[in-house]
Design a binder for this molecule. Sequence first.
Ligand SMILES: Nc1nc2c(ncn2[C@@H]2O[C@H](COP(=O)(O)OP(=O)(O)O)[C@@H](O)[C@H]2O)c(=O)[nH]1
Ligand SMILES: [Mg+2]
Length: 183
Amino acid sequence: MKILVAGHLGVGKTTAIRTLSEIPTLHTEEVMTDAAADTDDLSLVGLRNKTTTTVAIDFGRLTLPGDKIVLYLYGTPGQRRFLPLWKGIALGALGALVLVDTRRLDASFEVMDLIEERGLPYAVAVNVFPDSPDYSLEILRSKLDLAPDTPLVICDARQTNSSLNALIELTAHSISRAGNETS
Ligand SMILES: Nc1nc2c(ncn2[C@@H]2O[C@H](COP(=O)(O)OP(=O)(O)O)[C@@H](O)[C@H]2O)c(=O)[nH]1
Ligand SMILES: [Mg+2]
């Protein structure tokens, strides 16, 4: 099954896929060019030393513990200018794990809109950084304007169990939604 790992620049997509994948991951990172410097403003993200940006996709694979379910993970850039890429990757996907950084909540709306437009079920995983504001889940749910049944979890993309937990929430939600639609 195909799963998207989506989110804005610097939110931790590459990290999460590296952490989760049981095979060496494929990354298409490119050195950010001056042409993208205005659109991908890293000072906003607090990543002044980040010199690469995901221009296409990350790819990894994961077999869920206990099941014979194999997940193919596609890291997908959050910017709308990658829409043509999105259309292809989203086709046939089970759902999307949206990584969110509480320091830049507004930057997550673009990616959530892209996913909703494609009709994909999604779960939100808040990737915590040392200087992230500490909101309760209830406040986050309201700030992100999430539907009551959209899973929302806190995670650390660098930790396997934490990322896996987020993925399991998404898989359960997507399977349950697919069940509701066919019944
Ligand atoms: N503190 C902290 N740093 C993280 C976490 N996840 C990613 N990072 C760091 O944040 C930076 C951006 O992550 P990356 O995976 O490249 O983001 P991407 O642009 O979404 O692929 C990297 O330097 C990561 O090491 C996290 O959960 N906690
Ligand atoms: Mg990346």
